[in-house]
Design a protein around this ligand. Structure first.
Ligand SMILES: NC(=O)c1ccc[n+]([C@@H]2O[C@H](COP(=O)([O-])OP(=O)(O)OC[C@H]3O[C@@H](n4cnc5c(N)ncnc54)[C@H](OP(=O)(O)O)[C@@H]3O)[C@@H](O)[C@H]2O)c1
Length: 353
């Protein structure tokens, strides 16, 4: 039996994870957490709000599936890595904000870090059994979101409802807005850098509207290995929870004869500046990625609340990145301070706008 602690159990990833666990006789939910929705009875140990590491200490799971949204997932990510407990990671924000601390904790803990983000799960699978020296570069695909093809001017008036209408994935509200601005791909770019240790100039992003190719790896001999599948998060969730078994799922097979078209195009960095801002923040390092994430969280909440126009999200993040100190965090307290400072700067930018 693999004993799983599921954090973010009421969310889009959390609900799909419950389905995967229920269908697999070798998986057992021993603990579950949510932010504010009651979940009593879902698992032997449950918690709503509060410090997630207290639940993890009490549960002592074999696997932590971190499907919390936002910086709130940082403590649990670091706990799992520090304790050598397998971490199935959907909460990309924690790896973006705490990349250096997470790598140091993984080094000390010695456990597995299995990405659940579909692109990174795909990369992990394409890279299995390969040595770093064989690798040329990696490519993340982006659906382009609901506003693909629009110019910057055409994005000025878009509504929350339009931004939440994602063409290929059904997800939580925050990541859906991040997909519309391409901040999601920016976060994933930094996540890929942390996970796979490649410099930013060897990580590319291409837009691929149908989301069938999740990522690809280019090797030094000229070959490229891509990972294909229908856009369905149950596949990477199941892969991480049953690794290295690759258990069966009810997800439909890919039907290549049904007129599958694979189109790719370069992202429009003018209309979607949050992708280039993430690359710059990642290259600067220190706590700049933490500031990028914090400012984006504040700006997305303001957009969803009707307090900020769509283009204001990138403007807020750009301003915070300019003003944030960015010096490296020595520990979680330092990181929390950098996160709080970036949030203060973002709120200040919103008040001044
Ligand atoms: N959805 C996808 O397809 C997808 C794909 C790839 C990666 N991801 C990543 O997976 C994570 C979750 O995404 P999602 O779409 O599942 O989000 P979601 O539907 O908004 O769910 C978020 C979950 O986090 C919980 N939560 C929020 N704040 C919390 C806190 N302070 N402490 C404990 N739990 C808290 C929520 O609980 P309440 O319900 O009580 O608020 C909910 O269970 C994000 O990092 C996202 O980027 C998602």
């Amino acid at each position: 039996m693999t004993r799983i602690a599921l954090l973010g159990a009421t969310g889009s990833i959390g609900r799909q994870a419950i389905e995967i666990v229920a269908a697999h006789p070798g998986l057992e939910l021993v603990a579950a957490a949510s932010g504010s929705t009651g979940i009593e009875g879902l698992a032997p140990l449950t918690q709503t709000g509060g410090d997630l590491t207290e639940l993890l200490e009490a549960a002592q799971p074999d696997v932590v599936l971190n499907a919390v949204v936002g910086f709130a997932g940082v403590g649990a990510t670091l706990w799992a890595l520090e304790h050598g407990v397998t971490l199935a990671l959907a909460n990309k924000e924690s790896l973006v904000a705490a990349g250096d601390l997470a790598l140091a904790a993984r080094e000390r803990g010695g456990g597995l870090l299995l990405p659940v983000d579909s692109e990174h799960s795909a990369l992990f699978q394409c890279l299995e059994g390969r040595r770093d020296v064989e690798l040329d570069s990696i490519v993340l695909t982006a659906s382009g979101g609901p506003f693909r093809g629009r110019s910057r001017d055409e994005l000025a008036e878009v509504t929350v409802g339009e931004a939440l209408a994602h063409p290929t994935w059904t997800m939580g509200r925050k990541i859906t807005i991040d997909s519309a601005t391409l901040a999601n791909k920016g976060l994933e770019l930094i996540e890929a850098h942390v996970l796979f240790g490649l410099p930013y100039d060897r990580i590319d992003v291409v837009v691929h509207p149908t989301s069938v190719v999740h990522a690809l790896v280019r090797f030094r001999d000229g070959a490229a290995i891509a990972h294909l599948g229908l856009p369905d998060m149950r596949v990477p969730i199941s892969f991480a929870l049953t690794y290295p078994e690759r258990a069966a799922t009810p997800v439909p097979r890919l039907d290549l004869a049904a007129g599958l078209t694979l189109e790719f195009e370069a992202p429009d960095l003018d209309a979607f500046p949050l992708l280039a801002l993430a690359r710059a923040a990642g290259e600067e390092g220190g706590t700049k990625p933490c500031a990028y994430n914090a400012a984006n969280e504040v700006a997305v909440t303001a957009f969803l609340d009707g307090r900020l126009p769509f283009l204001g999200i990138a403007e807020t993040v750009e301003r915070v990145l300019r003003d944030a100190d960015g010096s490296p965090a020595r520990d979680l307290d330092d990181l929390r301070e950098a996160d709080a400072e970036a949030r203060r700067l973002a709120e200040g930018a919103l008040a001044a706008a």
